[in-house]
Design a protein around this ligand. Sequence first.
Ligand code: HEC
Ligand code: HEC
Ligand code: HEC
Length: 114
Amino acid sequence: MKARTIMVILILIFFTGAFAIAVQNEGEKDIKLDGGNRGAIDFPHHLHQSAIGDCNSCHDIFPKTSGIIKDLKEQKKLKKKQVMNKTCIKCHKAKKKAGEKTGPTKKCSACHVK
Ligand code: HEC
Ligand code: HEC
Ligand code: HEC
């Protein structure tokens, strides 16, 4: 009887955990971002998810919604190039300084592919 209760609890914990993982919407693998007159950016979203792990290193600044950076800039809630300089390039530079694998730190065309 006792062992059965423990089994039931373990099975419940397992399925709750599996459900939580399945339910997380990871978004598109690759995302095209608006880069104004400098040209669009091909952003490897899932590469960043696995390289960084913490969704909030970006989604603290803007929510998990398609096109939100452009919308927030239009509403003047984000400044032009704010995400570029204060999120993307800031992190890439910090990683470079720490000698870790990183992304583009200054070459415009490495991000703005047109
Ligand atoms: C390095 C930055 C970064 C990290 C880390 C990151 N994201 Fe995103 N995410 C973005 C950007 C940029 C967009 C696109 C925003 C836009 O279109 O304006 C986005 C959009 C999204 C969207 C909505 C668009 C779509 O494709 O459906 C979802 C959902 C999302 N992210 C989920 C996540 C989850 C879950 C994690 C963590 C496992 C995560 N993101 C980690 C940068 C990031
Ligand atoms: C690490 C990737 C990255 C690099 C390198 C980069 N950019 Fe950007 N850039 C972005 C992203 C993402 C956006 C859109 C979000 C924003 O405006 O912050 C953007 C937006 C822009 C915009 C549009 C701003 C607006 O709203 O009108 C201009 C102009 C721009 N970048 C110029 C440059 C120039 C010039 C360089 C090289 C000196 C450069 N970028 C390098 C990622 C990058
Ligand atoms: C918190 C840190 C962090 C943030 C924020 C971040 N990146 Fe990166 N980025 C990385 C790391 C780490 C890599 C190297 C990943 C790898 O190669 O495994 C990378 C790589 C890249 C690459 C090169 C991909 C390749 O195929 O070599 C591009 C392009 C890039 N980032 C664009 C962006 C843009 C655009 C943003 C902002 C929307 C951004 N990153 C925000 C950490 C970050």
